[in-house]
Structure formats: structure tokens, C-alpha cells
Ligand binder design. Structure first.
Ligand code: HEC
Length: 151
């Protein structure tokens, strides 16, 4: 009799433990939801502006004097706060960041006829950084390349 009682008690105890442990993964998924709802980081917002800028450069290719105004705020790329918990490599991120900014200068220095190549070099610098940081937008970036003028 006491054996059955012990057995029943341990079943009850196990059920209790299982019940108490169950809420943990639920709590975790709630935190993930909160993260998705968090406002985008300053870096994410800057990236959206960089993508819009590149799209408008592409739209104006081949038309004389059709570059958007030089986006001075992009110079802060290396100092802008990323999404919490995102890994930003202390060596490669500043290097890719500098490369993007020098391709941006080259684009604005390029004669109109050479703008498509300069623009493609800029898109390539986006892809280079995204190869090691935040690969999600790579699909979109790969579709941003322009055809050479006259094709
Ligand atoms: C120096 C590295 C680097 C360069 C250069 C770079 N990116 Fe990013 N990009 C990132 C990182 C890191 C994030 C993630 C930002 C965050 O979540 O805080 C990001 C995020 C994005 C996002 C998602 C933004 C969002 O809404 O969450 C897009 C789109 C994007 N980049 C497009 C581009 C385009 C287009 C270019 C070139 C014009 C570019 N990136 C150049 C590193 C880079």
C-alpha cells in the first residue's frame, strides 16, 4: 500500500515539476516577440536611408546631373548604434565602413559616363560588409547592380 502511495506521490511530483518547468520556453518566446516589436536601431535606420539613396542613384544613372544630394549623414556609419545583441566585428566593420564611404566619394567624383561602374562598386561594398555582418539583406543587395550605360 505504501509502495503504491510512494509511486502516486512521485507521479504527482513529476507532473508538478513538468508543469513548473513548462512556462520557461513560453517566457522566452515572449521576449523574442518584444524584441521584434522594439523600434529599429539607429544603424538599421541609417541602412534604410543608404538603400533608398542607392536606389535613387540607380534611377538617375545615365541622366546628366541626376545624383541625389551628397548624403553627409552617412559619414557616421562607423559610429551608429546597432541593434542590441548584434555582433559588430571591431576590425572588419570599420574596414567595410571606410570602403563604402570611399566608394561613395568615388561615385560623386566620377564623370557621368563612369557612374554605372562607380555605382556598382558602391553596391559591391554593401555586399562585402553584408557577407560577414547581417546577411539577411544580401538577396536584395544582389538585385541592386546596374547594367552598363547603353544596354
Ligand atoms: C560596414 C558594414 C555595412 C555596409 C557597408 C552596409 N551595411 Fe547594411 N547593415 C549592416 C549591419 C550591421 C546591419 C544591421 C543593423 C542593425 O540591425 O542594427 C545592416 C542592415 C541593413 C538593412 C536592414 C535594415 C533594417 O531595416 O533592419 C538593409 C536593407 C541594408 N543593411 C542594406 C544595405 C545597403 C543597400 C548597403 C549599401 C548601400 C549597406 N547595407 C551597406 C552592415 C552594413
Amino acid at each position: 500500500m505504501s509502495l503504491i502511495r510512494t509511486a502516486l506521490l512521485s507521479v504527482a511530483a513529476l507532473t508538478f515539476i513538468a508543469f513548473v518547468q513548462f512556462p520557461e520556453p513560453l517566457e522566452r518566446s515572449t521576449n523574442e516577440d518584444e524584441q521584434e516589436l522594439a523600434p529599429p536601431s539607429d544603424l538599421a535606420l541609417l541602412m534604410r536611408a543608404m538603400a533608398i539613396h542607392a536606389d535613387s542613384v540607380k534611377a538617375g544613372l545615365g541622366k546628366k546631373d541626376r545624383l541625389p544630394q551628397f548624403p553627409k549623414t552617412f559619414r557616421n556609419l562607423n559610429k551608429t548604434t546597432p541593434t542590441k545583441g548584434m555582433h559588430i566585428d571591431a576590425i572588419t566593420f570599420p574596414t567595410f565602413s571606410k570602403d563604402y564611404l570611399s566608394k561613395l566619394d568615388d561615385l560623386y567624383d566620377a564623370p557621368t559616363a563612369e557612374r554605372p561602374q562607380a555605382y556598382n562598386a558602391l553596391v559591391q561594398s554593401c555586399a562585402n560588409c553584408h557577407g560577414t555582418h547581417c546577411p539577411g539583406p544580401l538577396m536584395r543587395i544582389r538585385k541592386m547592380y546596374a547594367e552598363p550605360l547603353g544596354q
